[in-house]
Unconditional design. Structure first.
Length: 80
């Protein structure tokens, strides 16, 4: 099942299938390790939902909702 990172619930894990966006924003996400094939787990959400904290490639990364809405993931079987 495909799902946007912004729609994940705390503890859900998925593998990145697609990173949308263009130009500097897309390049910034790639530079932070947000690339197809990487496994992402949502760790925390701020009280109003922005920003979110994820675990990717062994480190914690904080993303804005606008950035997270550009990332499409395949949910892991155990989370469906």
């Amino acid at each position: 099942m495909l799902k946007k990172l912004v729609d994940f619930q705390i503890g859900e894990t998925g593998q990145i299938k697609k990173v949308e966006g263009e130009g500097k924003l897309r390049r910034r996400l790639f530079d932070m390790g947000v690339t197809p094939g990487a496994v992402v787990t949502l760790r925390k959400k701020a009280p109003l939902g922005d920003p979110i904290e994820v675990n990717i490639r062994g480190y914690e990364l904080t993303l804005r909702k606008s950035e997270a809405s550009l990332v499409t993931l395949e949910m892991e079987e155990s989370n469906q």
